[in-house]
Write a protein of this length. Structure first.
Length: 74
């Protein structure tokens, strides 16, 4: 893998282009799960589970992105 980075100096930047799509996909899944939980337990007026899903998705996506950035910078 170290040889790939020496051959292509832009390899780090190519990994960074997918971060927005990864974050969007993770957030979508957690928000969708929150909406389904709100529908199932009939909390659609308060949307607690959607809020919880949004915050959890944000936390998970930031954690994954930070782990990827640490690995890229090695």
């Amino acid at each position: 893998m170290a040889q790939d980075r020496k051959k292509n100096p832009y390899a780090k930047y190519l990994h960074l282009t997918s971060i927005a799509f990864q974050m969007m996909a993770i957030m979508f899944v957690f928000i969708w799960l929150g909406q389904k939980a709100d529908e199932k337990w009939n909390t659609s007026q308060t949307n607690y589970y959607t809020l919880l899903g949004t915050l959890t998705g944000l936390g998970v996506s930031l954690y994954i992105i930070l782990q990827q950035l640490k690995r890229i910078n090695k």
